[in-house]
Design a protein around this ligand. Structure first.
Ligand code: SF4
Length: 306
């Protein structure tokens, strides 16, 4: 087996549970306040209205989980599971409704964890209290979309929140004893290599537990598609991304778990770049680049876990 030069989520889970643990994606159908007609500001420029990688929310939560477990058992021989509330913003409801929804997903005693994806400005204290209570029985990860540590980039992609919102929720979540995973995009317009490496260092200086990294990719029917088709933005080439991603890993603290190394765009929704459809090839190339450099995650990170 190839030596692993970064701290993969699979390794983390095997070390912790000793068996294959599989994420079960769930669609709660909550939407996102940033996209909503009522209160939203149009959403992030790369976000489409499809929740990819999950079943339609019309399927009851319990059934989504049951089907996910059945599939993961057959396909990956998984023995334990983590329910991943993935679609849009999964804290966008009053806390008692969230509690009901989350608990409806916990239908099987082999579920050991819960992952909740959301925006940094959408996690009030009562939701953290709920997640903290759940963490008595489950491993709870809060997944925060940040994308970049640079405010001008957040403004360009119309995130609708600042870097300060992220730091605020991160510190509150850590105080509540939760694990925090941060989503990052490499190749945002206007960002140079050093800007992206600063994001790696920024996260490394904070009590972050995991990251999900992917390249900027363009989906159909998004504001980003228009910018791309009008030639206003350019996208990273395959080799550029591999090299940048390895640079990023080198600047990231070695104990931060890498939960994703490339985008997961559905073929029918993707405009560009086509290379990111071949996820296995991207991961293989990143591993090879680390090996060729004789390098590892954290090799250029000066920070210890705070
Ligand atoms: S916060 Fe997430 S769900 Fe909401 S618009 Fe941005 S990317 Fe889409």
């Amino acid at each position: 087996m190839m030596e692993e030069r970064y701290y993969s989520f699979n390794r983390y889970l095997r070390e912790r549970y000793g068996v294959r643990v599989q994420r079960i994606p769930v669609n709660l159908g909550l939407g996102c306040p940033h996209r909503s007609n009522r209160t939203g500001k149009g959403g992030c420029i790369f976000c489409d209205s499809y929740a990819s990688g999950v079943l339609p929310y019309a399927i009851p939560v319990e059934e989504q989980v049951r089907r996910g477990i059945e599939y993961a058992e057959k396909r990956y021989r998984a023995r334990l599971f983590m329910v991943y509330f993935q679609a849009f913003s999964n804290t966008y409801a009053p806390v008692d409704e969230l509690e009901r929804l989350y608990k409806r997903a916990l239908i099987d005693e082999r579920i050991v964890g819960i992952m909740v994806g959301t925006r940094p400005d959408l996690v009030p204290d009562d939701v953290l209290e709920l997640l903290k209570a759940l963490s008595d029985s489950y491993e709870v990860w809060l997944e925060l979309g940040l994308q970049s540590s640079h405010y001008r980039s957040l403004r360009f992609i119309n995130r609708g929140h600042g870097v300060s919102h992220f730091v605020d929720v991160l510190l509150r979540a850590k105080k509540a004893g939760l694990k925090v995973c941060v989503h990052v995009i490499l190749g945002l317009p206007g960002e140079e290599r050093d800007d992206m490496l600063e994001t790696a260092l920024f996260l490394s200086a904070l009590p972050v537990d995991g990251v999900k990294i992917h390249n900027l990719h363009v989906l159909k029917d998004t504001p980003l598609e228009r910018l791309y088709l009008e030639g206003e933005i350019s996208l990273l080439a395959f080799r550029e991304y591999v090299s940048l991603c390895v640079d990023f890993l080198e600047h990231l603290r070695k104990d931060i778990v890498i939960q994703r190394l490339t985008g997961e765009a559905p073929r029918e929704r993707l405009v560009a770049p086509e290379w990111c459809l071949n996820k296995a090839e991207v991961i293989r190339a990143i591993r090879e680049e680390l090996r060729n450099r004789g390098s590892v995650q954290g090799a250029k990170c000066p920070f210890k876990r705070p």
